[in-house]
Ligand binder design. Structure first.
Ligand SMILES: [Zn+2]
Length: 324
């Protein structure tokens, strides 16, 4: 286990914290110091059944494997999707993980002996992005197993009255679309998240009578689109139009000046970004209002390999739980 960039920093600055980003498919773990330098990093498949036990084992294993003195790991930050109650350390309505309420902070604290805090996964990533260059109004749009946005407005992380601010994955994108994991029909998540992209490709291939592998994943669809597969191209254009509308909603709804698109699907890189930019250009061409709103907006991708959610969670754990 070693940082992505290879060389381990010689000495941590301040206490080390562990950040864990629990995704619907994968869970990423990092150890960082006060300067956000990586001391360890690993990614494992998420075990939805027995999640708390998996997290305890991961945290303990990470501390044991660490080259730096274990005693310097002082806190744990968990970044999780769903309705996060930071004060109580609980998560519920994480529709891609579990139906019930999970007492994650208490369970991990008891299982590891380390103070533990939970934060919404995309808010943790948005906080990490904000810490990097202090863009005062930004949105982090995560597209993975699910879809959600983390918002910074006026230099403050937005939680909203219910703690569900930014759950744009459950805003209806297609009233005639499929039923979403949340129970509603045609949510953005149900038509543009990773599983939806794969499903759409399979449906359209089957309808066209094309023989296609059944275990196709979103990344494969983007790859096929770059090789001019006509069905993949059609699916990517449809998904990009949905995501372009989500970007527009974030810009018009919250006045953000920067939209960063991340999550597992962002691993497709330019094959995802360019169709979104194209769809936004189309909207700007027909609407002077959208043109004015979007003219100064920066839209960029964040590689999932950077583990922004886990790094943000580690930073939040340090600032919430430790006096340094
Ligand atoms: Zn939904």
């Amino acid at each position: 286990m070693s940082p992505a960039d290879g060389a381990l920093p010689a000495d941590p600055t301040g206490p080390l914290a562990i950040g864990v980003d629990v995704g619907g498919t994968k869970t990423a773990v990092v150890v960082t110091d006060e300067r956000d330098r990586l001391f360890a990093e690993r990614t494992v498949p998420t075990e939805r059944a027995g999640l708390a036990d998996q997290l305890i084992t991961l945290v303990r294993g990470t501390v044991e494997d660490l080259d730096a003195p274990a005693a310097r790991v002082m806190a744990v930050g968990l970044a999780v999707p769903g309705h996060v109650d930071r004060r109580r350390g609980t998560v519920r309505l994480a529709v891609n993980l579990s139906e019930g309420e999970m007492q994650l902070a208490a369970l991990v604290r008891e299982g590891t002996g380390l103070p533990t805090v939970v934060e919404h996964d995309v808010r943790a990533a948005a906080a990490w992005l904000y810490d990097r260059d202090r863009t005062p109004n930004l949105a982090y749009l995560s597209v993975g197993t699910g879809i959600a946005a983390g918002l910074v407005v006026g230099g403050r992380l937005v939680e909203g009255a219910t703690g569900l601010a930014g759950e744009v994955g459950h805003v209806v994108a297609d009233p005639n679309g499929p039923i979403c994991t949340c129970g509603l029909r045609g949510c953005l998540e149900a038509v543009a998240a990773g599983p939806a992209i794969a499903r759409l490709f399979l449906e359209r291939s089957t309808a066209a009578g094309t023989d296609v592998r059944q275990d196709v994943a979103a990344g494969w669809v983007f790859e096929a689109a770059t090789h001019r597969d006509p069905i993949a191209n059609e699916v990517v254009a449809t998904v990009a139009a949905h995501l372009a509308r989500a970007v527009r909603a974030l810009v018009l709804g919250f006045g953000v000046e920067r939209v960063v698109i991340g999550g597992g699907v962002a691993g497709a890189g330019e094959a995802l970004l360019q169709p979104i930019l194209h769809a936004i250009d189309e909207e700007r061409r027909v609407s002077a209002l959208v043109d004015a709103a979007m003219s100064t907006i920066t839209i960029e991708l964040l590689s999932p390999d950077l583990n922004a959610g886990a790094r943000g969670a580690a930073a939040i754990a340090r600032s919430e739980l430790l006096v340094t």
